[in-house]
Design a protein around this ligand. Structure first.
Ligand SMILES: NC(=O)c1ccc[n+]([C@@H]2O[C@H](COP(=O)([O-])OP(=O)(O)OC[C@H]3O[C@@H](n4cnc5c(N)ncnc54)[C@H](O)[C@@H]3O)[C@@H](O)[C@H]2O)c1
Length: 255
């Protein structure tokens, strides 16, 4: 695929980018010319992803390894990006993932994990990186939410509590910092065909069919279909778009 170069000179952090949707996002930002830090708790996969992206697109990449639900890890991530690239322009809060269960079958541990992984990662990501973006008067923050917040998908109540918080911090920050040069948006995918979702399709075909039944296009999304929306939102062309949660969902909800 050709490289449009619209993000040349920009530096991006993508959390949860060792695999799945985050990896596709990091790859697409690099395809557009951005330097990319891969932040993830899986060190081996993060390093392999960073190495592959640098080799393919000729951009700088680096990694930051750790569990991003704490402030310290997010501060270390910011420091690693500044050390490697000299600046940060873009933060994509992608780390997350559901513990998908009927609400009353959750344990206190799975509830805590759900909120830590999907909401605290985003809160600490924004709190850690935002001051740097404000200081330079330019920035883009995109967080990955979920379309299930809008359609109340089966077994997603706890996950939706966290992802609804992601949509909520997006509008709040967009209002608070509307005139700062930093924009804040969320991208809300429906089921996306990652490696893990492929496994789910094989192991639980009935559950998967149910999740797909709410999608008018009758298929899961592709990772690149989510990544291209993120690349648009972090680019110059999206300068007047802030405070939005944009679904990439095959028509699953229509607002
Ligand atoms: N796949 C889907 O169908 C789907 C649908 C809607 C939303 N989403 C959201 O998209 C994002 C990416 O999902 P995915 O399907 O690619 O997931 P995935 O499980 O394939 O990848 C998630 C990555 O994030 C990392 N990660 C998770 N928690 C972390 C933490 N606390 N600290 C550091 N790294 C962490 C994991 O190590 C992994 O590399 C998530 O926020 C998820 O909730 C996914």
């Amino acid at each position: 695929m050709s490289r449009p170069q619209t993000l040349v000179g920009r530096s991006a952090i993508v959390t949860g980018a060792a695999q799945g949707i985050g990896k596709a996002i990091a790859n697409d930002l690099a395809r557009h010319g951005a330097n990319v830090l891969i932040a993830d708790m899986d060190g081996d996969k993060a390093t392999a992803t960073a190495t592959a992206i640098a080799a393919e697109w000729g951009v700088k990449t680096t990694v930051s390894i750790g569990d991003l639900c704490t402030e310290d890890t997010n501060q270390a991530m910011l420091a690693a990006a500044l050390a490697a690239f000299g600046k940060v322009d873009i933060l994509v809060n992608n780390a997350g993932g559901g513990v998908i269960k009927n609400f009353l079958e959750h344990t206190p541990e799975t509830l805590k994990t759900t909120i830590d992984r999907n909401l605290w990662t985003v809160i600490w990501g924004c709190r850690s990186v935002l001051p740097t973006l404000l200081e330079q008067g330019y920035g883009r923050i995109v967080s990955i939410g979920a379309d299930s917040v809008r359609n109340g998908l089966w077994q997603h109540a706890a996950y939706n509590a966290a992802k609804g918080g992601v949509h909520g911090i997006t509008t709040g920050l967009a209002r608070e910092f509307a005139q700062s040069g930093v924009t804040f948006n969320s991208v809300a995918p429906c089921a996306v065909r990652t490696e893990q979702v492929d496994e789910l399709m094989k192991s639980y075909p009935e559950a998967f069919e149910k999740f797909i039944s709410v999608i008018p296009m009758a298929r899961p999304g592709e990772m690149d279909e989510v990544a291209s929306m993120v690349s648009y939102l972090v680019g110059e062309e999206a300068s007047f778009v802030t405070g939005q949660t944009i679904s990439v969902n095959g028509g699953s909800t229509m607002l």
